[in-house]
Design a binder for this molecule. Structure first.
Ligand SMILES: [Zn+2]
Ligand SMILES: [Zn+2]
Length: 137
């Protein structure tokens, strides 16, 4: 019975994360889910996200903003984090695998995972900054 309820909740969480590129945090997902499913708790959302991460269906990202972001795409890819609006976006890199090869010459052990996090200011925020500094002049 408990198992069944858990898997139903997991299905709902999966559904909310599916096809997204905005890398939401557990809090953000929880706020969206509870609109439709008021019986959900943040703990339930978090536990299920961790479970899906552990089985390799999704990936958890730590971009350095203190919150874990979740990505429905479990394949390795680079991420860009905007310090202003805290958005996390995918960075398309054709030769992502080359990073591991570059590093492997200096690592005697075995590389198992390669995570690339880039930090800066996104296009959208750059535009806002530019507009507000123009106004000041
Ligand atoms: Zn931004
Ligand atoms: Zn991603």
């Amino acid at each position: 019975m408990l198992q069944r309820r858990n898997s139903k909740q997991r299905l709902i969480i999966r559904e909310f994360l599916k096809d997204r590129y905005d890398h939401p945090t557990a809090d953000k997902l929880f706020n969206e889910i509870k609109e439709e499913h008021p019986n959900f708790s943040l703990g339930t959302v978090y536990r299920n996200l961790l479970f899906l991460t552990q089985i390799g269906e999704i990936q958890a990202l730590d971009v350095g903003d203190g919150s874990t972001h979740f990505d429905p795409n479990p394949l390795p890819h680079a991420h860009f984090f905007c310090k202003e609006c805290k958005c996390v976006t995918d960075v398309k890199m054709d030769n992502y695998d080359e990073i591991c090869k570059l590093a492997s010459t200096n690592i005697k052990g075995q590389i198992q995972r390669c995570s690339v996090y880039l930090e800066g200011i996104c296009q959208h925020c750059l535009k806002i900054n530019k507009n507000s500094s123009n106004k000041k002049e």
